[in-house]
Design a protein around this ligand. Structure first.
Ligand code: HEM
Ligand code: MG
Length: 327
């Protein structure tokens, strides 16, 4: 049985998180890292197992404790990722590539490929990682980070802020439309791309700093070095995707994809968008998860149902639960 999701923090103010109990350490042979600078950093500071393989409960505890991510966001994102990229029976998820340490695989078409797996959670037009089409969707990409810096200089006076986030998000989408014939920007990527654009502002700025301007050396430390600055304090209250609406409103675009050629972006009306949030949940369960697990039985079915319940809980006020495998 998977562990239940940990509760919200008791003390949810700012505090020193780059502390003596959580020193940054360089990677050892075999340690796994992936496309998420937040989880990479938590692993390199020992908030997550340093080998990069963790349970959903460990991830929720780590993002709350280390970055003050709110309980809603932490649970929704973690169980979404675990259901498509993790092993629900052994309760283990790799934060990067496929790993033997997640245990025996369930039958295909399940992937259990870790967070690097393209198109179930990880997607195109990332800020500092390339599109899967170009061969590496998870490593820090200096060329892209240079664009992140250039946009921060042009629109943010040398800092990454909400204005920069709106411009750089749109730029990365336009860049993928113009260069990646397989570019896809439908749900869930349509949502995660905008959320992740505000994460650096919400999580990488020291909790004692109140100007919402992210220093670019600090940004590089997290994105590339997977390292909190010395004396880093987490945010002073629980946060999630605050600011997402402003980023999306800067340059509105419909979910869609290139049709197999560059510059052929076509809106996809079957994808969820910002006015149909529950469709994100329904399609993720009924299409993506059922696509990976069309006919689960026994312990696998039980574990899927448990995790589907944990995934639904944070949105239970807003959406109706779906039960692809019965109740
Ligand atoms: C990107 C997973 C929490 C910051 C990603 C990606 C995944 C992921 C799979 C790659 C998406 C893509 O760019 O294609 C998760 C999971 C979390 C989590 C399962 C559990 C709650 C966090 C936290 C932070 C964070 C707490 C910040 C402290 C980011 C950022 C990106 C990202 C900034 C965008 C990277 C880029 O575009 O270059 N995350 N993440 N994430 N994550 Fe996380
Ligand atoms: Mg990506």
């Amino acid at each position: 049985e998977p562990a239940s999701p940990p509760p919200p923090l008791k003390f949810n103010g700012t505090k020193l998180v780059n502390d003596a109990q959580h020193p940054w350490k360089p990677l050892r042979h075999g340690d796994i890292r992936g496309p998420c600078p937040g989880l990479n950093t938590l692993a390199s500071h020992g908030y997550l197992p340093r080998d990069g393989v963790a349970s959903p409960a460990q991830i929720i505890t780590a993002v709350q404790e280390g970055f003050n991510m709110d309980s809603f966001t932490a649970r929704f994102v973690t169980y979404a990722a675990h259901l498509v990229d993790g092993n629900v029976v052994t309760d283990r998820l790799s934060i990067g590539g496929k790993s033997q340490h997640t245990g025996p695989d369930p039958p295909a078409p399940a992937i259990v490929g870790g967070l690097n797996t393209h198109s179930v959670f990880e997607g195109d037009a990332s800020m500092t990682r390339g599109d899967a089409f170009f061969g590496d969707n998870h490593s820090f990409n200096e060329t892209l980070f240079d664009e992140f810096v250039a946009f921060s200089n042009q629109y943010g006076g040398g800092k990454y802020n909400l204005t920069v986030a709106g411009e750089y998000r749109f730029h990365r989408i336009q860049e993928s439309i113009a260069t990646n014939p397989n570019f896809s920007f439908v749900s869930p990527r349509f949502f995660t791309a905008y959320a992740e654009s505000v994460f650096p502002i919400n999580f990488f700025i020291d909790g004692r700093q109140n100007d919402t301007q992210l220093d670019l050396d600090v940004a590089r430390s997290f994105f590339q070095g997977m390292r909190m600055p010395d004396d880093f304090h987490r945010p002073n209250k629980p946060v999630g995707a605050d600011g997402l609406d402003a980023v999306a409103a800067a340059h509105p675009i419909e979910p869609g994809a290139n049709a197999g050629a560059v510059n052929s972006y076509t809106p996809d009306p079957t994808s969820a968008n910002f006015s149909t949030f529950c469709l994100l949940y329904e399609n993720f369960v009924n299409k993506t998860i059922v696509g990976l697990y069309p006919n689960p039985t026994g312990a696998l079915k039980k574990a899927l149902n448990t995790n589907l319940g944990f995934f639904y809980e944070p949105i239970s006020d807003a959406c109706t639960q779906v039960f692809p495998y019965g109740k």
